[in-house]
Design a protein around this ligand. Structure first.
Ligand code: AMP
Length: 481
């Protein structure tokens, strides 16, 4: 997964982009990059690791101009190399172009085969590079038309930002799988507003920008000195917003399609408590796995009328450690991050709420820790359905064989986790929780979502866009964003 941020018409464009990326850091920590423009040239700096570590004031000073785009990237199968960091910048016959991409192109391998057969030489392992080649090859005059022609040839998920000397173009794929939203910020000098665009609205909060609206499915927003122009160059498709953004990926203080991610997670927790109750009693306590299970645990406790307590305390200083654990120190890895709070666990029947189980290894360690801290029973509740299928649209999930729920029943998972019970939220419960909040409080201008307006392929295996696998003689080298 990745995060993108762009700003046009601000005297401190690169600094603002740095802050925007900082707020989007949860969407990717492998690499970060900013490309700015002063209207005549493009300037870029890309780095491995996090934004804060990779951008010094001196680096930011090398990025002049009043417009910039930035990108944070999540580690995926494609390999961890600076050459794959974005924004990707190129010089071609029409000038300079930089692009930042969140999402995955499902026909990337076929596209790359076709383009390489026609002589394209790829510099990166990134699927985003195919878009750049297609734009460069287009015979159309205007950038808008070149981008539209290129994107008509790609399939998959894309929330994209393009930067040239003159403009920023933001595009969201017709199914709107990945989020993207628009905002504006007053310029200190009182000379109007700068326009901003970001994967999540939380990036606007940090820089003091106002949320304006989500970019619509299939919309292209062109931001230039002439203002903001909106176009719809693609054939419409049914909306398929990634429901996993609501489950885990987005920050809880973000709004997606007019709905608070935090409220959605609480609603998941309430619904989970109704669907998967635990026997009530004075000795029952609901605890979250921080931070991912927090809002859902609040919702669960509310509905179950049970006390909510912080039964696991998270260290905020987890990084690399140079001390190797002795074999005698059990659970060292997970203990670095989470420690049970005996004061609220001992002698209790504990409901521990998390957003999802992937491989099951973390949950297993957590159950053991809670039991060792004196819990009488441990009931695991998960605020999404079993994760059974890999994502081809930008979320970094392991292969099917590594997903515990793809090969184990809920009872087998319970036995592996050594829990007294395990309960997952149903697919219908999850979809209905988001949908009803969107219908009540969502974007006034957007059509009402139906139960089919979400991609939940990781839970259901129902993929809205077919994935074209790599040909057998080609190593999988796709890098998702
Ligand atoms: P596991 O030990 O593999 O079952 O990991 C489960 C934990 O990973 C849960 O606490 C989730 O919040 C978290 N998680 C779920 N999906 C992802 C993802 N795509 N990337 C990183 N962490 C995830």
């Amino acid at each position: 997964m990745c995060g993108v941020f762009g700003i046009f018409g601000h005297p401190e464009a690169a600094n603002m982009t740095y802050l925007g990326l900082h707020a989007l850091q949860h969407r990717g920590q492998e690499s970060a990059g900013i490309v700015s423009s002063d209207g005549e040239r493009l300037f870029g700096h890309r780095t491995m690791g996090r934004v804060q570590a990779g951008f010094s004031p001196a680096d930011l000073a090398t990025l002049p101009g009043d417009r910039a785009i930035g990108h944070v990237r999540y580690s995926t199968a494609g390999g961890s190399h600076l050459k794959n960091a974005q924004p990707l910048g190129v010089d071609y016959a029409r000038g300079s172009l930089a692009v930042a991409h969140n999402g995955n192109l499902t026909n990337h391998e076929a596209l790359r085969d076709r383009l390489e057969a026609r002589g394209s030489i790829y510099q990166t392992a990134s699927d985003t590079e195919s878009i750049v080649h297609l734009i460069a090859m287009s015979k159309k005059e205007a950038l808008r038309d070149r981008i539209a022609e290129a994107l008509e040839q790609v399939e998959g998920a894309y929330s994209l930002l393009f930067l040239t000397e003159r403009e920023i173009v933001a595009v969201r794929d017709p199914r709107a799988i990945r989020p993207l939203c628009l905002g504006e910020i007053e310029i200190a000098s009182g000379s109007g507003v700068a326009h901003v665009v970001a994967s999540e609205s939380t990036a606007f909060d940090l820089i003091g920008a106002r949320f304006v609206r989500d970019v619509a499915p299939g919309e292209m927003v062109i931001i230039s000195a002439d203002g903001v122009r909106s176009e719809f160059p693609f054939a419409p498709e049914p909306r398929k917003l990634c429901i996993f953004e609501h489950v885990y990926f987005a920050r809880p203080d973000s709004m997606i399609q007019g709905v608070s991610v935090y409220e959605v997670r609480k609603a998941f927790g309430r619904r989970l408590a109704a669907e998967q109750p635990v026997d009530p009693g004075d000795d029952l306590v609901v605890i979250p796995v921080p931070d991912s299970g927090l809002p859902a645990a609040i919702g669960f406790a509310d509905r179950a009328r049970a006390p909510f307590e912080m039964g696991l305390i998270r260290s905020h200083y987890v990084g690399r450690t140079f001390i190797e654990p002795q074999q005698s120190i059990r659970h060292f890895g997970v203990r670095l991050k989470l420690n049970p709070n005996r004061a609220v666990i001992e002698g209790k029947r504990v409901v521990v709420v998390d957003d999802s189980i992937v491989r099951g290894t973390t949950s297993r360690k957590i159950v053991k820790m809670i039991r060792d801290a004196g819990a009488r029973e441990v009931h695991v509740r998960i605020s999404s359905p079993p994760t059974r299928w890999p994502c081809y649209y930008g979320v970094d999930t392991p292969t099917r064989s590594e997903l515990i729920a793809s090969s184990h029943s809920v009872d087998e998972i319970r036995s592996y986790l050594t829990a007294d019970s395990v309960g997952y939220l149903s697919l219908e419960g999850m979809v209905e929780s988001v949908r009803s909040l969107e219908v009540r409080g969502g974007d006034a201008g957007s059509p009402r979502p139906s139960a089919d307006s979400y991609c939940h392929a990781c839970f259901s295996g129902s993929y809205p866009i077919p994935f074209t696998p790599a040909s057998p003689n080609r190593q999988l080298r796709m890098v998702s964003g």
